[in-house]
Design a protein around this ligand. Structure first.
Ligand SMILES: CCC[C@H]1O[C@@H](n2cnc3c(N)ncnc32)[C@H](O)[C@@H]1O
Length: 482
């Protein structure tokens, strides 16, 4: 499949839409003009993009949980509870795994089983099966904006239905929902399918409805260095902007070292703006989101609140526009309503206590400069490989191991670059793989990891990576030798 980073022509897009809307019976209820009129009827306080812009202008960090259950009324009850008892500023609708794999028949069975057994038999909300009317029931019942959160490689029908259903923010992208979520789906396919998502977003924008798009920041959520997730986020932002998206939230998964995480969020917004301006997209509003710790969680709830509090601290000090909140049930599975609300209140408390404080020091500036150099090296190399076309360039970049996501299941991912923590817990590169770094950056990483080896009185080795992967389960950040 040949792809290019060009806005999909109208006639071609209309033809594609006809095919997509036939993928499940509920697609027939999607009518673009009627959907636009529905969005225009919504009050401003239900507009996700506007609420993010306000928070950005006021330098505030909004809190948002993950949440999704199969039954519409139960889902509304859950989201109302999280808004009221959890003090959520923004609400999600987390989509179930069958829908994420376009397995709508199984999702339908899951809905019926949930009714028969009177308990959730899906791990999220099956929005395609519930259709436009089902989605609108949610939007009409709540008083804060609602975002679709998922992990869908081919999300075209899900987008059509949830946009028409009144959702005003949508997570995902052709890189971030491929490399961490797929095994055999070619990058070209997901890039193309997400150009559809972003073209539809651009169409709503051109008709007066600004829907926020959020590339999925954490990727595999395991020792992902900031420059890797930044490069993916920036490239997805560029691909979205080409299709007409004007409101983008770029994301990052907390890695654990305070300085590196704050530097990551601060540089993420700056670098995304830099590349959007550099390639002529001057009217895109960029916000940021920090995902609280995406790695293994302690089962002990008090310790879990400790992890949640640290993630809240990072988000607040970094002045992230938004933070995605974890719960004290993370170690066991999908949280109860009460646990989800408790994670939100814990986060709200920390964010409020830090909202009047600034974090600034020289170490932070050094880390920001490293991330800038690393990220530009990856993104610029992808442009070079694509001979100026970043859609082609990111596919070639993944294939060449230039954009290399640690522990990604996707066969296209080179998996040659190996990360490990340094003596302070910052994520560094132990094995460069095919990263196109210059000698200065290579020496920086080598020295940081050798510093840890000396402190731990052991050689630099792959064992450090293994120890780091298991460290959190043992209540540590750095995987120290026994
Ligand atoms: C990449 C996202 C993983 C996170 O997404 C949470 N998650 C998944 N599905 C639901 C759901 N239906 N309700 C509340 N949280 C959910 C997991 O716990 C994990 O933290």
């Amino acid at each position: 499949m040949d792809i290019k980073n060009k806005k999909i022509p109208e006639a071609e897009f209309e033809q594609l839409r006809k095919e997509v809307l036939l993928q499940w019976p509920t697609g027939k209820d999607v009518n673009l003009e009627e959907a636009i009129a529905y969005h225009k009827s919504l009050p401003e306080h239900k507009d996700f993009a506007k609420k993010l812009i306000k928070a950005k202008n006021e330098n505030r960090t909004l809190i948002e949980p993950r949440a999704g259950v199969p039954d519409i009324d139960e889902h509304i009850k859950l989201l109302k509870y999280l808004e009221k008892e959890g003090e959520a500023d923004l609400l999600p609708t987390t989509i179930d795994s069958y829908t994420r794999q376009n397995r709508y028949t199984e999702a339908e069975n899951g809905i019926n089983e949930s009714i028969r057994l009177d308990r959730a038999m899906l791990n999220g909300f099956p929005a395609v099966n519930h259709g436009v009317a089902g989605c609108r029931k949610i939007i009409d019942s709540l008083d804060v904006p609602v975002q679709v959160r998922h992990g869908t490689p081919d999300a075209r029908l899900l987008t059509e239905i949830t946009y028409a259903g009144g959702f005003t923010s949508y997570e995902g992208g052709g890189i971030s929902y491929n490399l961490p979520y797929c095994k055999n789906v070619p990058m070209e396919k997901t890039i193309r399918d997400w150009q559809y998502v972003d073209r539809l977003t651009g169409l709503y924008e051109e008709m007066g409805i600004s829907i926020n798009r959020e590339p999925y920041g954490p990727l595999t959520g395991t020792l992902v260095p900031p420059f890797v997730s930044h490069a993916a986020a920036i490239i997805e932002a560029l691909l979205a902007a080409e299709q007409g998206v004007k409101n983008i939230t770029v994301g990052y998964g907390q890695c654990g070292n305070l300085i590196q995480d704050i530097a990551a969020i601060r540089t993420l917004e700056e670098l995304t703006d830099e590349y959007l301006q550099k390639y002529g997209y001057n009217d895109v509003i960029v916000t940021t989101v920090l995902h609280q710790w995406m790695g293994g969680f302690p089962a002990d709830e008090a310790k879990a609140f400790g992890v949640i509090s640290l993630g809240s601290t990072i988000a607040a000090l970094a002045k992230a526009t938004k933070v995605i909140v974890k719960t004290p049930h993370e170690a066991v599975g999908i949280p109860t309503m009460a646990a989800n609300a408790a994670g939100l209140r814990c986060t709200k408390q920390v964010v409020n206590m830090l909202s009047d404080q600034q974090f600034q020091n020289n170490e932070l500036e050094v880390e920001k400069d490293i991330i800038r150099k690393e990220t530009r090296c990856i993104v610029d190399k992808c442009f070079e490989l694509g001979e100026g076309d970043i859609a082609v360039g990111v596919c070639r970049g993944v294939e060449a191991g230039v954009l290399d996501v640690p522990f990604a299941p996707c066969r296209a991912n080179a998996g040659l670059m190996l990360p490990a923590r340094d003596h302070n817990g910052a994520v560094r590169v132990l094995n460069m793989g095919n990263l196109p770094f210059g000698q200065e950056l290579k020496d920086f990483h080598k020295e940081k990891i050798e510093e840890r080896a000396r402190a731990e009185k052991r050689d630099v080795s792959f064992q450090m990576v293994i120890d780091d992967v298991y460290a959190i389960g043992k209540g540590r950040l750095v995987g120290r030798p026994r």
